[in-house]
Design a protein around this ligand. Structure first.
Ligand code: NAP
Ligand code: ZN
Length: 357
């Protein structure tokens, strides 16, 4: 299988149908333009959005699809108008690689909400061709969408910050969930959730993990630094914690009831959902109205804020807890991710394992 519409040859792994199984795939990328940076990919995190996408769970996958939007790599080419990156720099690319750059939303540095946003994969690129993600050897990206990686963060373990990190950091800032001493609940201890715990502690919050997996308790507390752990299927534990939380960040990837989460909030509490289940959730109105509670959403973050988040991680030494895998383990990794069996992010060692396939 090959796509030959562009001039830079590229090689990665793609899914071609709703089985979601990935296979080696040859394709091409555009020549490096004046505003572009070409990056040799070293590592790419495995986000649950990749899994939703390869299986077409959201209904808009355009096969073949090369997933991957938690990319860390090295600059190999820069265009004539690129001044802030040079060959050899260590850089990151997240969920978006383009936007119109001129609308009100882009001018507020919220490119992620631009109506013309271009996603790193499964999107139409600026030249009309298709975007392919980071489960591949190289990528060509407009400089506005390239991030600097703080020197003290290791390449593999910081890759998940490019999506999981900014996805939880941005709502914490926007919804005012950073006041020291406040109580944050983190629902779902996966890729996004475990980074949310680390950010919560860095902001000085009390953090409680709300999980379906009792076996994650000791790690949540001893390794990730959570203050307490609540098993969401245990009515007695839920009852005891009713009305104790100021905020909850909901990272759950599947359909789930919101009533128990709303019950955990204090009056005026905020529930922010970032998980993207494939079907709508039911919103119980009574607890919202009677407790003046708020339910909000949030989608990754703009480029300026993503850089701010990376610099925050550099300052606080925050990286993801990862399981490094070879590219040929990806289909097994997806099976495990579907069962919440990952501690806490798979990261593909692209540079060392892709070439040998
Ligand atoms: P993940 O690593 O699979 O973590 C999700 C966690 O949710 C699981 O570890 C599990 O935690 C919990 N969970 C899974 N199924 C559940 C169920 N049926 N009921 C209750 N809890 C369940 O996934 P992720 O990569 O963190 O992504 C989470 C979600 O966020 C996905 O839907 C993804 O597409 C979405 N996402 C959104 C954005 C955005 O910008 N808004 C960005 C990235 C990802 P426990 O074992 O602790 O229960
Ligand atoms: Zn993601």
């Amino acid at each position: 299988m090959a796509g030959t519409e562009n001039s830079q040859k590229s090689f990665g792994w793609a899914a071609t149908d709703t089985s979601g199984l990935l296979f080696p795939f040859h394709f091409s990328r555009r020549e490096n333009g004046s505003d572009d940076v070409t990056i040799k990919i070293l590592y790419c995190g495995v986000c649950h959005s990749d899994l939703h996408s390869v299986k077409n769970e959201w209904g808009f996958t355009n096969y073949p699809i090369v997933p991957g939007h938690e990319i860390v790599g090295l600059v190999t080419k820069t265009g004539s108008d690129v001044k802030t990156f040079k060959v050899g720099d260590r850089v990151g690319v997240g969920v978006i690689v383009g936007s119109c750059k001129t609308c009100d939303i882009c001018q507020q540095d919220l490119e992620n909400y631009c109506p013309k946003v271009i996603f790193t994969y499964n999107s139409k690129d600026q030249d009309g061709t298709k975007t392919y993600g980071g489960y591949s050897d190289i990528i060509v990206v407009d400089q506005r969408f390239v991030l600097r990686i703080p020197d003290n963060l290791s390449s593999g373990a910081c890759a998940p910050l490019l999506c999981a990190g900014i996805t939880v950091y941005s709502p914490m800032k926007y919804y005012g969930m950073t006041e020291p001493g406040k109580h944050l609940g983190v629902a779902g201890l996966g890729g996004l959730g475990h980074v949310a715990v680390k950010f919560g502690k860095a902001f000085g919050l009390k953090v409680t993990v709300i999980s379906t997996s009792p076996k994650k308790e000791s790690e949540a507390i001893n390794r990730l630094g959570a203050d307490s752990f609540l098993v969401s299927s245990d009515p007695a534990q839920l009852k005891a914690a009713m009305g104790t939380m100021d905020f909850i960040i909901d990272t759950i990837a599947a359909v789930h009831p919101l009533a128990p989460l709303l019950g955990l909030l204090k009056m005026n509490g905020k529930l922010v959902t970032v998980g993207l289940p494939d079907k709508p959730l039911e919103l119980p109105i009574f607890p919202l109205v009677l407790g003046r509670k708020l339910v909000g959403g949030s989608d990754i973050g703009g480029m300026k804020e993503t850089q701010e988040m990376l610099d925050f991680c550099g300052k606080h030494n925050i990286i993801a807890d990862i399981e490094m895998i070879r590219i040929d383990y990806i289909n097994t990794a997806f099976e495990r991710l579907a069962k919440s069996d990952v501690r806490y992010r798979f990261v593909i060692d692209v540079a060392n394992t892709l070439a040998s396939n």
